[in-house]
Design a protein around this ligand. Structure first.
Ligand SMILES: [Zn+2]
Ligand SMILES: [Zn+2]
Length: 135
């Protein structure tokens, strides 16, 4: 029995660690968080990481997923395909093609003022400029 309890404790501990690892960094913005989670865990074709950010940081910001969908992000990776991209100064020049591309390791989040903010930090810009909204 003793051994079973040790295993259970270890499992509970592991879950705690996992929850910690998958949480946003202090002052990390929603887009840097989602980009980091996509890099580590991939997309499951839902707004899983966006939703997780909201639950952990800003539970009352229930419009967050809708705002992502409004810019074409119906899952986490589409947010970056359709909605937002790194500003030009954060891109790297590919030495082979001489084209600008996203760096392998995304830059450190520039941070957001309030911890419960659901705004992206200054690293990001809207991919399409014509539908500027109030972000
Ligand atoms: Zn996706
Ligand atoms: Zn950021």
């Amino acid at each position: 029995m003793e051994q079973q309890r040790v295993v259970r404790d270890a499992e509970e501990y592991l879950q705690l660690v996992v929850a910690e690892v998958m949480a946003p960094h202090p002052a990390e913005c929603v887009l840097c968080y989602v980009a980091r989670m996509l890099g580590e865990h991939g997309c499951d074709e839902t707004l899983r990481w966006t939703g997780r950010f909201r639950e952990l940081r800003s539970p009352r910001a229930t419009a967050l997923e809708g705002r992502m969908q409004a810019v074409g992000g119906f899952c986490d990776c589409e947010v970056f395909l359709n909605g937002y991209r790194l500003r030009r100064e954060h891109l790297e020049r590919d030495i082979h093609t001489d084209e600008l591309r996203a760096p392998d390791h995304p830059p450190t989040c520039a941070g957001v003022g309030r911890l419960d903010s659901t705004k992206p930090c200054t690293l990001w810009e809207r991919s399409r400029r014509r539908s500027l909204d109030d972000w």
